[in-house]
Design a protein around this ligand. Sequence first.
Ligand SMILES: Cc1cc2nc3c(=O)[nH]c(=O)nc-3n(C[C@H](O)[C@H](O)[C@H](O)COP(=O)(O)OP(=O)(O)OC[C@H]3O[C@@H](n4cnc5c(N)ncnc54)[C@H](O)[C@@H]3O)c2cc1C
Length: 454
Amino acid sequence: MINPSRIRKLNGREVQDGRYVLYWMQASARVVDNPALLYAVRQADELGVPVLVVFGLTTRYPEANLRHFTFLIEGLQDVEQELEKLGIRLAVLTAEPDEAALRLAGEASLLVTDRGYLSHQRRWRAAVAEQVRCPVYQVEGDLLIPIEEVSGKSEWAAATIRRKIHRLWEQFLVAPDSVGAPHKDSLGVRLEDAINPDPAFPAGTEVDRSVQPVASFKGGSTQAFRHLELFCRDSLRHYHSLRNDPGQEHQSNLSPYLHFGQISPLSIALRVKAAKGVPAVAKEAFLEELIVRRELAFNFVYYEKQYDRYTCLPAWAKTTLDVHRRDRRPHRYTRDQLVSADTHDPYWNAAMEEMRLTGKMHGYMRMYWGKKILEWSETPEQAFDTALYLNNRYFLDGRDANSYAGVAWCFGLHDRPWPERPVFGKVRYMADSGLRRKFDMDSYLRRINALMAD
Ligand SMILES: Cc1cc2nc3c(=O)[nH]c(=O)nc-3n(C[C@H](O)[C@H](O)[C@H](O)COP(=O)(O)OP(=O)(O)OC[C@H]3O[C@@H](n4cnc5c(N)ncnc54)[C@H](O)[C@@H]3O)c2cc1C
């Protein structure tokens, strides 16, 4: 049973005589716990037609580079194999996502898609719903609870959204139905221009190769579930006490997989809840991050239209940063110096190296990293743009709702005013002495040095 609040019809069209039900896959690139796929299969069985899945692969995707594409395509290879076992054809077209959907929608009885929250993802879906002659259903599968069920407005902070989520979450924390093979298979559907997903882009393909793929993370649902199992076995029980320590590795490493829709938050939450020998406090701490904090970020990008601009910050933060814009800044670095990890601060440099080399950064260091960019830039606006640019360029999990909320948090979003100080005004400050006081930072430096030596 798919919770009905996950399903929304995006246009007023009637079912057409067609060759297939088309599932336009974009945000939920997986087979396990994919309610959009499940919905498409059920509709196809009712109509007596097969399901065809289409994915539009464009090298012009906003802010994407070879690092992101490699991870995405590794994931699509998993999807292709899993769908084939169900007798479902995956058609990867080299086209903008909306264009790919439109190309195949002409012969569809009905079109199903998953849900994206960023402005371009919303624009694509609206354009497709308007242009096709068949009905378009959008099925939410990448949040535990659909956004409007939780709140009809932009939430102020975790404290204000937490109780709204807690009120609903038991109702949504239920094992999903698994998707079975549809009555009719689509493996024989002939398509002229479909390609095999292959991370080795042929030479000459116009793709931004300036950021290289990483060895540390391979894309795909198989890998996502492997990380989940390792985390439940080795780290979950320490999550509440040690997750913030950059010298230790007790995070789940699931954010790239969540970002590409290769695993659902529901799959993760159910597995964590079922973990044996783990104290309740550890599970609660993890579910707080995975559900409350993550879905707060989606609430932010959904209700705040300018989520990627400095103007998105709360008024108190912009006012206080403005008051302090002419304060003396003892250290200033250009974007190039930052990219080269060429600052006076060894912890910050290590965090930047971690980002460049692995496509990820320890969660606590992300906060420190963003705060220092604010401290060392000419203006807060410039700092905001630089932090977001680097975040989205190097992180595998960049370009996510969490990217926009995470960067904006460094500038006061979802936080409260703190005692006033230079440059930051009332925005929370973080110091290197705080890192040393709380954690064994030498251990973090050793870990990153070892990565660099590899
Ligand atoms: C400046 C800054 C930039 C950030 N940029 C990103 C980004 O580009 N992409 C991204 O996914 N996250 C971002 N975050 C949030 C957070 O740091 C990462 O989600 C987390 O470190 C991912 O690693 P993990 O999956 O191993 O985390 P775990 O600690 O294992 O957490 C599990 C999941 O919970 C969610 N989560 C954990 N911490 C947070 C948090 N603080 N806010 C919201 N959700 C959270 C994530 O979905 C994460 O995958 C950013 C935070 C800051 C302060």
